[in-house]
Structures are given as structure tokens and as C-alpha cells.
Ligand binder design. Structure first.
Ligand SMILES: [Zn+2]
Length: 383
């Protein structure tokens, strides 16, 4: 069954167009702020004209306004109205934040458009009567877009973002199931013993970022921040891709970064990107027809993977313990691999709480895991 999957193609725009894009973004902000203002006014009226304006209403109110703008056209104005109304409804607020065009708190530039207003022209694209040259323009070949936007990042570079629908292939994974334990020392450890080392992207660049900030090189500091984020994303993408290519059922611990952010481990937690890894697994798994399940990881570090006794290390003070021996059955455990195995076992037992995409034919747990499960539940009921 063909499934439709949307991914965003991001192409960097060459520098010579930045002044034009900046000017267009200022006009976008004016339209957006007009929508914001008129929506509040209409919603707060006391007479019968009081109304919660929709995107359609806003399009009607802004009709013909493209004459007042030098850069953007009617299609961009309509898209701003629709996007604004959708955002306001989603946020359930009377008013959204203003878009600021200059100063320290200015909003990052954003210029939406409809499919027809972006035209291919050789290796470049044409938009609003201007030609834009792109980096890696060959990626645009054989791509059909519906709509998109030009968006600016924190460093100030502009990107052409196009949602595209790539072809999805459905192949069953060679292996059946895996449990993944998320941690700090290693970002992720699988039940097969594979590790994703914490490369400490931010920590490594921290000194250079601090130096750039002290010297007042704001752009350089932002560039370094972006570099750290990209390195982290690259590692997480590669790891999640490997997992999705290899396993049919993926179980991830539900460790929450929000709780740990307030502790002294905050920087490491934010640097490790658990949330992003989980999101990557979820959407990649969905695209490939895998089931990705988040499992409550309570006791997974303490429980022995062999006999199920809660004999392992506990509490933040025992985080240093990497290897331990079960008091009951005498088995030696690697702390993280043991936790990942427990996550795998809990996950395959609770097949009902699936939050990802169910595979077409649910694979049965292997004989080994069944035996293991039977052993533990027997032990548990005996205890
Ligand atoms: Zn044991």
C-alpha cells in the first residue's frame, strides 16, 4: 500500500539575494502584523460585527493590497493570512506575537508562497520576478512541490524550504526487535550492545563560543552554535537510520529530559538530544512501516535482565557504576545493555500500547525472548 510521506527539502540560497529577501521579509511582517491587529479588533468588538476571523476572511480583507508592496505578491499575502489564522487557532489566543523587522529582537525572516509562484529556470528558481541561485541546485531536479517558503536561520542565512513527497519503499526489516536505553555517558545503547557515543558537541565548542561572545563576534558565536546543532543532528540521524533499517520493532525508554534539565547534568542532557532521537525514530519508523514504542523505563536499570530481581545500582549517586553483578543469579551486567534488554522485554510484553505505526503483520517475539519472559514472570510471581 503506498503511503504518502512529506519531508522538507532545504536548499541554501546564495548570498547575493539576501538583501532582496530581507526587504521582502519586512513586507511579510507588515502583512502579518496587520492580520494580528485586525483579528484582535474584530474579536473585541461589542456590536454584532464581532467575529473570530478565519484565513478566508483575512484573505478578503487584504485583497488588492499587493499594490502597496514592492516585493511580495498576492499569493504570498494569501498564504500569510492562512498561516496566521491557522497559528492563532492552534494557539487558541486572541493575539499572537508581533513579527519584528529590525533590532535585536527581530523575527527570523519568513516568506511563504504558493506552488505556482516558484518557477524552475535552469539551475535556478524564479520568484516574484527575481532569479535565485541555490547551492546544491541539482537536488531540485525531479522534485514536485506544492508550496513552500524562504526561511532565515539564526545566523542570517536564507533557505528555500519545500515540502516534497519522496517515494516510500516497504521492505521488512532483517531483524525483529531492539530495545534502546537512553543515557548520558552514551546517548543510546541497544539491547544488542551497540552504542552511540556522546560526542559532546556543545561542550567541545563551548570555549570557542565563549571566546567569540567575549570578543563581540555574535555572528561567529551563532555559527558555532549552528555547527554544534548540525553535528548532533547528523549523529542522531545516522543512528536512527541504522536502527530503522535493521529492526522491525523498536522500543525506546521514556526518560524525560525536562526533569533532568534542572539538575547539574543539564548541559549534558541538552547536548545528548534524546527528544530528537526519539522523534527521528518515530518518523523514520513511520515512513518505513516499523513500530516504534516508548516504554516506561522504571526499574530498567535496577532489574537484572536474567532473573528480574531489583538488585542493580540505584539513585543518582550510583550513576558511576557501569558494571554490576546480580546478587540472586550471579550474572554480570553492563549497566546500559542490561537496561536496554529490560526495555526490549517490557516493550514486547506490552504490545497494546503502541504509539508508532503498527507493522502490517505483527512479528511474534522470538523463542529466546519468550523463554526469558516466562522465566521472569515465574520468578516475579514466586517472589
Ligand atoms: Zn539476576
Amino acid at each position: 500500500m503506498p503511503r504518502s510521506v512529506t519531508r522538507t527539502l532545504r536548499l541554501k540560497v546564495r548570498g547575493e539575494s539576501y538583501p532582496w529577501l530581507q526587504a521582502a521579509a519586512t513586507e511579510v511582517n507588515r502583512v502579518y502584523n496587520y492580520c494580528n491587529e485586525i483579528c484582535v479588533h474584530t474579536a473585541l468588538r461589542t456590536d454584532t460585527l464581532r467575529k473570530w476571523l478565519t484565513g478566508f476572511d483575512l484573505c478578503g480583507l487584504t485583497a488588492g493590497s499587493s499594490e502597496c508592496f514592492e516585493h511580495i505578491g498576492a499569493d504570498t499575502i494569501q498564504r500569510i493570512c492562512i498561516e496566521y489564522a491557522a497559528k492563532r487557532t492552534a494557539a487558541r489566543r486572541l493575539k499572537l506575537r508581533w513579527r519584528v523587522s529590525r533590532g535585536a529582537r527581530r523575527s527570523l525572516g519568513w516568506i511563504p508562497f504558493k506552488a505556482a509562484s516558484l518557477k524552475r529556470q535552469g539551475r535556478s528558481v524564479r520568484f516574484c520576478g527575481k532569479t535565485f541561485r541555490l547551492f546544491e541546485a541539482e537536488r531540485l531536479e525531479a522534485v514536485k512541490w506544492k508550496q513552500g517558503c524562504f526561511a532565515q536561520d539564526a545566523v542570517g542565512d536564507w533557505w528555500l524550504c519545500l515540502p516534497v513527497e519522496p517515494a516510500v519503499e516497504d521492505r521488512p526489516a532483517p531483524q525483529e526487535a531492539v530495545g534502546i536505553d537512553l543515557g548520558l555517558k552514551e546517548v543510546a545503547v541497544t539491547s544488542q550492545g551497540e552504542r552511540l557515543e556522546a560526542a559532546r558537541f556543545y561542550r567541545n565548542l563551548e570555549q570557542r563560543i565563549a571566546q567569540a561572545q567575549r570578543r563581540g563576534h555574535k555572528r561567529q558565536a551563532k555559527r558555532l552554535h549552528r555547527k554544534a546543532a548540525r553535528c548532533r543532528a547528523d549523529a542522531l540521524h545516522k543512528f536512527s537510520r541504522r536502527m530503522v533499517d535493521r529492526y522491525q520493532n523498536i522500543y525506546v525508554g521514556d526518560v524525560s529530559s525536562l526533569g533532568l534539565v534542572k539538575t547539574r547534568m543539564a548541559k549534558s542532557v541538552l547536548d545528548s538530544g534524546w527528544g530528537m532521537l526519539r522523534r527521528c525514530l518515530q518518523y523514520k519508523g513511520e515512513h518505513a512501516g516499523r513500530s516504534v514504542t516508548v516504554v516506561n523505563e522504571r526499574h530498567t536499570t535496577r532489574a537484572c535482565g536474567g532473573c528480574g530481581a531489583l538488585s542493580g545500582p540505584r539513585g543518582p549517586d550510583m550513576l558511576a557504576v557501569r558494571y554490576w553483578r546480580c546478587e540472586h543469579c550471579g550474572e554480570w551486567h553492563d549497566r546500559d545493555v542490561n537496561a536496554a534488554r529490560n526495555i526490549l522485554r517490557i516493550g514486547s510484553r506490552r504490545r497494546t500500547s503502541v504509539s508508532g505505526n503498527e507493522p502490517s503483520s505483527p512479528a511474534l517475539p522470538s523463542q529466546a525472548s519468550l523463554r526469558c519472559e516466562a522465566g521472569t514472570s515465574a520468578q516475579r510471581s514466586a517472589a
